[in-house]
Design a protein around this ligand. Structure first.
Ligand code: PEP
Ligand code: MG
Length: 580
């Protein structure tokens, strides 16, 4: 029996056979010079890779035809057509001879040029083709590099497993057969990494940041995992399994007790009422959040629509998804955050098409979120029009991610106005007076929150990123993630500054980072004056219980003492002394 301790990232218990997944090798394409004499060998390598790719695509076509129908299968027909396209081959040949570089690099370069051209087209049909070009060239490059992509093994899982891996891309998490993944144990990641957020959305118990677990556990070994305590046990004895079962029963009882609070208000003992909302990543989650008594959706991470295989670049696909959420939530507010790709949320098809996938050295400081949307305004306006059109079905609010200053906010509003005008020109109806808000998650936004508040209907504090960027701590890196501490005076002062700035301008301050769902932080946040908490829906009952058992007065004095702390330790000591 071997025990590992990691970061408890998604609560719950699981035991079963380990499935060790090697994951996709990152798409790192070597670039090296070749001599003129080597050109024919390079060309031959390409011919071989083309033949292999054609075989794979034909097999995919047949499978899709069998399992999904003609329409889906036609996608692969189009891929085959591109693969065999004479012009594509000619462009590769020309560049190969001109640049004298290895053929995988040339394939990448040519396909990037083609897809960038297509992506800038206002025609949705051409933009879709860009994604296909990317897909085809990736397959070709994989074959040239002899990389076997094993994602399909995740999708095809046909027995219950504990998935063990070094890391998972959010897109891996989406693709995997979730009904078979009973638990997740990863070397990398932290509580606020997006894989953790997705595991919680899917209710899959998860322990992350386990360092070397993927090398220590072998396929088929029995693993017991506790996502609440962060313990992973390999080859557990009967006693351990029985103890885990007891703990599971206890946790279930507590959950049932908390769920009874569903219809009670989130109000302190002295009458301070706050709003509890849910974060969602997928449209289908809307039903679930109502079950937990959420008073709306405080954060809909719309980018996951783009990570899900399908046609998210299409305005109608987005319109359907947003409409579904709005209809499900009725009159309750739904805050749709515009696309936040980049950082650890790689949307390969979209970003490779834009040439952003491999070229960023520091993706967390790169073309992420609103920066991506402002760089590709046509893409951004597709999303804005889809939201506007869906707005007639409910109470939508639009939120812009990673705003760093007023210029970006102004530019986003210009594009929103254009999207409104475009809808009007087409006779498409949308709700009047849609509220727009800003995520405060960059120190520069926190420092200028008084300025941003003048042009915002609400703020939502993204503590996952605000802490990451304030303390220079990569939120997905288990070696440093523990350093990202909200008790740090810099973070507490930022929170106070943001909330005060909102109130001074008469707007509400919400929080949708993971801190909002942490019951240990609830009292401080109430004391700082936070109006709205948005979190994973299943955390709502526990946070509500904490609120209902405390008074605003004690929360305020706790917050004041924490703010006086000169260090993390002093703020923590204040919390301990208060005993709440
Ligand atoms: C945040 O940064 O706190 C946030 C809610 O956004 P995301 O986790 O999607 O980056
Ligand atoms: Mg964020």
């Amino acid at each position: 029996m071997k025990t590992f301790t990691g970061i408890p990232a998604s609560p719950g218990f699981a035991s079963g056979k380990a499935f060790v997944y090697q994951g996709d090798a990152p798409l790192e394409i070597p670039r090296y010079s070749v001599t003129e004499a080597e050109l024919s060998a390079e060309w031959e390598r390409l011919q071989k890779a083309l033949a292999e790719a054609a075989g794979e695509i034909k097999a995919l076509y047949e499978r899709a035809n069998r399992e999904m129908g003609r329409e889906q299968a036609d996608i692969f027909k189009a891929h085959l057509f591109m693969l065999e396209d004479f012009d594509f081959h000619e462009q590769i040949k020309e560049k190969l001879h001109k640049n004298l570089l290895n053929v995988e690099w040339i394939v990448w370069d040519v396909s990037r040029e083609i897809s960038q051209k297509l992506m800038r087209s206002p025609e949705p049909l051409f933009r879709e083709r860009a994604v296909d070009i990317t897909d085809v060239s990736r397959r070709l490059i994989d074959n040239l590099l002899s990389v076997t992509r094993s994602r399909s093994t995740l999708a095809d899982l046909d027995e219950d497993v504990i998935l063990v891996s070094h890391d998972l891309l959010p897109s891996d998490t989406l693709i995997m057969n979730k009904s078979r993944v009973k638990g997740l144990a990863l070397d990398e990641g932290s509580r606020t990494s997006h894989t953790a957020i997705l595991a919680r959305a899917f209710n899959i118990p998860a322990v992350l940041g386990l360092s070397l677990v993927s090398r220590e556990i072998r396929d088929g070994e029995t693993v017991a995992l506790n996502g609440s305590s962060g313990i992973v046990i390999v080859d557990p004895d009967q006693q351990t399994l029985a103890r885990q079962e007891d703990e599971e029963k206890l946790e279930r009882k507590q959950t049932n007790r908390l769920n009874a609070l569903r219809d009670l208000p989130a109000e302190t003992t002295d009458g301070c009422r706050v709003t509890l909302k849910a974060n969602i990543e997928f449209p289908e989650e809307a039903e679930k959040v109502l079950h937990y008594g959420a008073e709306g959706i405080g954060l809909y991470r719309s980018e996951f629509l783009f990570i899900t295989p399908g046609n998210a670049a299409e305005e109608d696909t987005q319109y359907q998804a947003y409409s579904h959420v709005l209809k499900t939530m009725g009159t309750l507010p739904v805050t749709i955050r515009t696309i936040d790709v980049g950082g650890d949320k790689i949307v390969p098809d979209l970003q490779v098409a834009q040439g952003q996938y491999t070229s960023e050295k520091n993706p967390l400081l790169g073309l992420r979120a609103i920066r991506f949307s402002l760089e590709y305004p046509e893409l951004f306006k597709v999303q804005l029009r889809a939201i506007l059109r869906a707005s007639v079905y409910g109470n939508v609010r639009i939120m812009f991610p990673m705003i760093s200053g007023i210029e970006e906010l102004d530019q986003a509003h210009v594009l929103l106005d254009q999207a409104r005008a475009e809808c009007t020109a087409k006779g498409q109806a949308f709700a009047p007076n849609i509220e727009t808000g800003v995520m405060i998650e960059i120190p520069s936004a926190a420092m200028t929150s008084d300025i941003l508040a003048e042009k915002s209907d609400f703020f939502s504090i993204g503590t996952n990123d605000l802490i990451q960027y304030t303390m220079a701590v990569d939120r997905g890196n288990e070696k440093v993630s523990h350093l990202g501490e909200y008790h740090h005076p810099a973070v507490l002062r930022f929170l106070k500054r943001i909330i005060d700035a909102a109130h001074e301008k008469g707007i509400k301050a919400a929080m949708c980072g993971e801190l909002a769902g942490d019951p240990a932080a609830t009292a401080i946040l109430i004391g700082l004056g936070l109006d709205e908490f948005s979190m994973n829906a299943s955390s709502i009952p526990l946070v509500k219980q904490v609120i209902r058992e405390t008074s605003l007065e004690s929360c305020k004095s706790l917050a004041a003492e924490c703010l006086q702390g000169r260090s993390i330790a002093e703020a923590r000591a204040a919390v301990k002394a208060h005993g709440i």
